[in-house]
Design a protein around this ligand. Sequence first.
Ligand code: S3P
Length: 173
Amino acid sequence: MTRYLLIGPMGSGKSTVARVLADRLHCSRHDSDELVEQKVGKPVQQIFVDDGEPVFRTAEREIAARLISDESATVVSLGGGSVLDPATREDLRAAAARGAVVAFLDVPANEASRRVGLGVGRPLLLGNPRATWVRLLAERRPTYEGIATVVVDTGSRSPEQVADAILGSAEKP
Ligand code: S3P
């Protein structure tokens, strides 16, 4: 079964689209933030506050490695910053070489902030959420684009339409 690994910035709808994909494919979904929270035992925001970003990134890397290499994990959504880790990027490239779809969910800033308000529960965006989000995406865009096997603009699409576009990309030769 083709696997779907979702990457992209905060607010691009990775978790929502993963739910739609899992529904369509009748499989479970796996979300790196949720698994990090289970592993560390507290919400992402609290990990940043109590333990610091490096602790979060270490846990995120371990979870990402496990999820990306697990061929039975058909639908995976990865936290927006997971691709900063070179080993995670390598794992994603290797999965793509084995046939996985690595989908970069792109989104304009106004749509991302409409969807999630951008501040809530996202420690990296404290202070000036919108400007920080725009800067982070500008920094990370080349990385997302470099790894993705398909780029889907989610700005004007519903989660169902995004899922269709991702599934359609797997059908192409
Ligand atoms: C982060 C994205 C978040 C979460 C953490 C850091 C990032 O995940 O992992 O707040 O560095 O972009 P989402 O992309 O699911 O919001």
